[in-house]
Design a protein around this ligand. Sequence first.
Ligand SMILES: NC(=O)c1ccc[n+]([C@@H]2O[C@H](COP(=O)([O-])OP(=O)(O)OC[C@H]3O[C@@H](n4cnc5c(N)ncnc54)[C@H](OP(=O)(O)O)[C@@H]3O)[C@@H](O)[C@H]2O)c1
Length: 396
Amino acid sequence: MVVKAEGAGDAPRRVTIFGSTGSVGTQTVDLIARDPERFPVEALTANRNVALLAEQARQLRPKLAVVADPAAYADLKEALAGTGVEAAAGPQAVAEAAERPSDWVMAAIVGAAGLEPTLAAVRRGACVAFANKEVLVCAGALMMEEVRRHGANLLPVDSEHSAIYQVFDFDRLDSVQRLILTASGGPFRTRDRAFMAAATREQAVAHPTWEMGAKISIDSATMMNKGLEIIEAHFLFGVPEEKIDVLVHPQSVVHSLVEYVDGSVLAQLGTPDMRTPIAYALGWPARIPTPAERLDLVKAATLTFEAPDPERFPALRLARAALQSGGGAPTILSAANEVAVQAFLDRRIGFLDIERIVEGVLGTLPHRPLRDLSAVRDTDAEARRVAADRVAALAR
Ligand SMILES: NC(=O)c1ccc[n+]([C@@H]2O[C@H](COP(=O)([O-])OP(=O)(O)OC[C@H]3O[C@@H](n4cnc5c(N)ncnc54)[C@H](OP(=O)(O)O)[C@@H]3O)[C@@H](O)[C@H]2O)c1
């Protein structure tokens, strides 16, 4: 479980951003660029979007810019010529960037590719703003053990977990009755299974309230995103699966709630703008201003809530079953989901094939205990192989 500790107040904070070219990454850059004296930049990383990474590097003047894809190195070096910003490439270089001295690290890579850099930042006791939920899903117990051992701080960036963090009583765990994660319901909230079976990539990425990267947008459409968030909340707050509920709330204004044993329910609210939870982590424990639209409850007028429908969205059940099963089951769930979502984005399989593949891989592979990181890597790789075979069998 994450423990609230003293932070740096409003002193300058040296920052590194993993996944700076993505949706969370660009919004983090937006906030940092508003106060460059307070937030000097050590390193920025991307996968292969050289043009945007170089533009960010010219603006923020980090010491280092890294692309994970080695094939993008020559372009990055050329794009940074004359800036004095060092260029590097490859997954190893991304992980090494995490070892460099910065006070605050934004973990905003998508998928299990973020495991090594997040771990490297944790192991040097950094303050890690944590968006990359797949890392906790694939290696939650081991990651939290490393957080404790190295005295690192994990500050949740997912809006739901940021909300819980802000109203969670870390000193009186016994007083927490349950966590309630809100979910927008995604673009198919009111659609039937026949509609989903024929859904296109364009329909599935069109999220009603949040603008996000492609993978998390598809996860929102299947509601696997909420399943991953149940697992993330379990590891972050040390609350068992049966005490974590999901509530569909289409307006995305109430970002999540904590119910206490006396019947009190505490929530955090705001307009749906990721810069608010990012700023909470960036300034923590101080609060910093953001340009996010203010919440006007009179204008919002009606906030509605519904129970989730596990029949139409079986991903919720799959994620709960994986968490209950424990060991490598969440690792298998997340790896198979990553492969299936990419195949859907590549238009190789249908929308409902995503859940079929995840359920099939979870049912095929043994859920072995994960004793160390090499067991995590092996389980992840095996699940990806089996999922890829299933994609090939289903591909159009
Ligand atoms: N977007 C949101 O509003 C939101 C909200 C809550 C949580 N999250 C979580 O935050 C994480 C990032 O989401 P996102 O929406 O920002 O994703 P995104 O827009 O797809 O951005 C992903 C970032 O990771 C980089 N990347 C991709 N593959 C990589 C690899 N193999 N190695 C190193 N870097 C790699 C990308 O670089 P390129 O640009 O070069 O491809 C990009 O900078 C996800 O885990 C997501 O679940 C996102």
